[in-house]
Ligand binder design. Sequence first.
Ligand code: PHE
Length: 356
Amino acid sequence: MTDELSTLKSETAAALAACADLRSWDAVRVGILGKSGRLTALLKQLGALPPEERRQRGAALNVLKDELAAAIESRRAALEAEALNAKLARESLDVTLPPRPAASGLIHPISRTMEEMAAIFGAMGFEIAEGPDIESDWLNFSALNIPAHHPAREDMDTFYLPAREPGGRRRVLRTHTSPVQARTMLSRTPPFRVIVPGRTYRADHDATHSPMFHQVEGLVLDRNITLGHLKGCLIDFLRAFFAIADLPVRFRSSYFPFTEPSMEVDIGWNRRTGELGGGGDWLEILGSGMVHAKVLANCGIDAREWQGFAFGMGIERVTMLKHGIPDLRPFYDSDIRWLRHYGASPLTPAILHEGV
Ligand code: PHE
């Protein structure tokens, strides 16, 4: 190979090595093999040579051309591989990095209490039943042995709807979850155990009363059900719900039109500190009793075969007691600071302790 050709070869190698990217590589390629590239120029000069010289020079140039084309091509492949590696490195994810903290919602204390009740009563074999917020006068009152003009109707501060039903009475916003007792007895055949969490309404508004609040009703109907079942069930529930294994529970004779006998249930606490447990004072927490024979009859249940007990309690009230929440009104304010403070994490299980 002449000096001229070996110079071209080494200069091309140097220029290719100096290429940092495909753009400068392409400039080198065009500068050698392009229309006015250096090798192309040498090939063009062949025609002017005498035949013998032309053959030799032509052979040498063809060898050189193959070598240069191979060098250029291999540099392109190397640059492309480098570019791909750089891109992969740029786009790589560090899967070991901890995730950014995501803003997560919390469960409202009322929903949380309902979940806990469903978990505790669920473990005792209760199912969830539901009824509408707007009830007939009959289901909210009469079926439950609260006839028209009964004084219990006055106590309830009922919201009446304007339109009258075919029977002449006006429908109501249910004043308690007890109408779902009647609905369940009318639509199912015993035996069954249900709890009914839901909204209730009374025309009353102060620090401890809201016109809309929540109750949970319970109803058990079976053969040979006694007061002992009622007491055992409620003692177990209260101790599990407040997570106090020896929480004192007292049953106090009382009156509800739809149960006989009726009992109010008190739990032990300390009036001075507000702490629940054996503090020597009593706090009324729920109403209960054996389902009244008239209620069974109103709902078409044969009282000689089926007996049962029922109970009802305020969800806000037990939630306030359990978490030391002093005022009822913020439950419905949607104040994010209150919700952050009293809201529950969706990841904590509803029952945090054994013994249910
Ligand atoms: N419905 C009653 C109330 O709202 C509570 C209750 C329910 C009492 C079931 C006895 C049995 O006060």
